[in-house]
Design a protein. Structure first.
Length: 139
C-alpha cells in the first residue's frame, strides 16, 4: 500500500501546502516509471532519453514516465496530471538529490527500484513477466 494512502487514512499530512494526486490515483490504469534526478541531473537525463527513444514500447505497456524534482513533477511520457511531488517522494521513500528509477505496477506495488540507469529492454522484460501484463497479452 502506498504511504500517502496510509497517511490519509490515519490523518497524517504529507505536506498541507501541496495539493495534487499521488501514485495511488494511477492504480489499474497505468504502470508508472518514476525518475528522481541526481544533483547534476546527468543520470536522470540519460535515463529519460533512453526511455523516450522507446515510445512504442512504453505505450504498448501502458507506461507513463514521471520526473519528480524537488518541487514539481513533470510528465515526460503520458498525460499531464497535477501531481504532488512530496507525496510521491514520501510514498517511494526517496531522498532528494540522489538518482533513482522506480517502477510502480498497475496494482500500485513497487516492482523495481534502481540507483543506476537501466536500459528500456530490462524494464520491458521485467514488465512482460508480470502476471497482469501476461493477462493483458493473452486477451
Amino acid at each position: 500500500m502506498l504511504k500517502s494512502l496510509a497517511a490519509e487514512v490515519f490523518g497524517i499530512d504529507v505536506d498541507p501546502q501541496q495539493g495534487g494526486m499521488s501514485l495511488a490515483d494511477f492504480e489499474w490504469r497505468y504502470r508508472v516509471l518514476v525518475i528522481f534526478p541526481d544533483k547534476e541531473h546527468a543520470d536522470a537525463a540519460r535515463q529519460a532519453d533512453m526511455l523516450l527513444a522507446q515510445a512504442d514500447g512504453l505505450r504498448e505497456r501502458d507506461i507513463i514516465v514521471l520526473e519528480v524534482g524537488r518541487q514539481d513533477v513533470k510528465a515526460l511520457f503520458g498525460p499531464q496530471y497535477d501531481l504532488n511531488c512530496y507525496a510521491i517522494r514520501y510514498d517511494l521513500d526517496v531522498t532528494d538529490g540522489f538518482f533513482a528509477l522506480i517502477l510502480v505496477g498497475k496494482d500500485g506495488a513497487v516492482k523495481f527500484r534502481s540507483g543506476e540507469v537501466v536500459t528500456p529492454g530490462t524494464i520491458f522484460d521485467l514488465i512482460d513477466q508480470l502476471p497482469v501484463r501476461t493477462a493483458e497479452r493473452s486477451n
